[in-house]
Design a protein around this ligand. Sequence first.
Ligand SMILES: Cc1cc2nc3c(=O)[nH]c(=O)nc-3n(C[C@H](O)[C@H](O)[C@H](O)COP(=O)(O)OP(=O)(O)OC[C@H]3O[C@@H](n4cnc5c(N)ncnc54)[C@H](O)[C@@H]3O)c2cc1C
Length: 460
Amino acid sequence: MESEVIENLKQIVGEDWVINDLSKMQSYLYDETEPLLRPEASEDCVVVKPGSPEEISDILKYANRILMPVVARGGATGVCAGTIPIKPGIVLSLERLNEIVELDEKNLMITVESGVTLGDLLKFLSKESKLFFPIHPGDEGAQIGGMVASNAGGSKAVKHGIMRNHVKALEVVLPTGQIVTFGGKLIKNNAGYDLLHMMIGSEGTLGIITKATLKLYPTNKYSGTLLVSFNTRREACDAVPEILQEGILPLAVEYMDRIVAVKTAEKLGTIWPVTEGSIDLMFVLDEHTEDELYSNSEKIVEICEKYNSVGSIIAETAKEQRNILEIRSAAYDSYKEILADVLDTAVPPSSVPDFFDDIAALAEKYNNDIVSLGHIADGNIHNFIMGENGKIPPYYEDLMVDIYKTAIKYGGTITAEHGTGKTKKKHLYIQFSEGEIQIMKGIKKAFDPNGILNPGTIVD
Ligand SMILES: Cc1cc2nc3c(=O)[nH]c(=O)nc-3n(C[C@H](O)[C@H](O)[C@H](O)COP(=O)(O)OP(=O)(O)OC[C@H]3O[C@@H](n4cnc5c(N)ncnc54)[C@H](O)[C@@H]3O)c2cc1C
């Protein structure tokens, strides 16, 4: 990186907040994208850690003048290479924007700077408030700005929706350096085009998010975790709609192939608490009263029995619940080193059983031991694609196209929560027509005419 650029950036943020020594910069170049899949990062980068929106504004004005790419970096827990700088440029780390700005209990909202991590937000709320924030994409190192930019989902979407449903206002620095606020502490807001929602899920390609106002909920006092086992995927899938039709709204309904649960438990040095069957549904319930918790748990077990469940257990103590939830959370990590890719396709929930059949047929066709887990009530299944001898399998691209086309056949999406990033950009054509992609390119141009923000992400 040219020394003039580094000097100018130091002028803006101060000497201590610019890193251009490659050995110190390495940990800022990659995210959680599978090592086999991720693109090579450009090492001709400089890491900058601004301390305010005004400094970000000056950085973007400067970058726009010299046409230098800028890649926003949140918690770097993303899995579609969104934070990986593939061109020489500036890596803009948001870590210093880490203040909780305002807890507004009357409006059930909280305003935070974008670099606040999910873990810190949850800790703050559990200490300072009876309210809670429900979106949980698995890794609490994710930052609020990154969660907004990637429109995070996670296991609690069945009851509470996704990040998009919880963002009321955003402060954003546009590539021109203009600092704007989209939205407000409003329940209803219909003025003009919805620029707030344009920013959500924009993956650092339209603007830099510096502050977010988020919706909160009262905490339910009583929680329990229920595991129900089945012999077949279809029986497990078919039980879920009836539970929802009954008016029971669990916090989470997670699906796991047993093989994933057992392998993960072994890695953690513990055991998966059920042995019957080969498929598990995990229900997390949080209710106002103890009675509601028990009656809903009983109803779930009854409905599952109608679909031939072969066993069930209720984890009531905090320790039992923690054991099950920890195994579910660690499933990805326990496979990570042998994986080529983790998919996050979604289909309408009623199509999940047929989608599973197609995935099983593709696993056989390509001879890949695909295993599955995921957010079944959202129709959002994570299929783990195995690597081959530590490499991406030679048929990987054909398999991806087959899986994505299968999801689209059911009216699904190629990515329900991880985002397009740099890894799925080339597959957008499977879901969208050329006309639709041209509209996306027009939006990108309107926000970022010189294309400096996160090049190579979503669209060019
Ligand atoms: C074990 C594990 C489990 C996961 N489970 C889930 C899950 O269940 N559901 C789910 O949705 N995701 C999941 N993820 C993916 C990831 O945690 C989410 O996508 C998360 O929202 C990313 O937040 P982050 O701060 O780490 O963003 P980053 O990875 O830092 O960035 C993501 C994108 O947002 C952009 N960005 C970051 N900050 C800003 C900002 N302030 N302004 C503008 N753009 C910005 C980046 O440039 C990048 O394109 C999981 C990841 C892991 C490792």
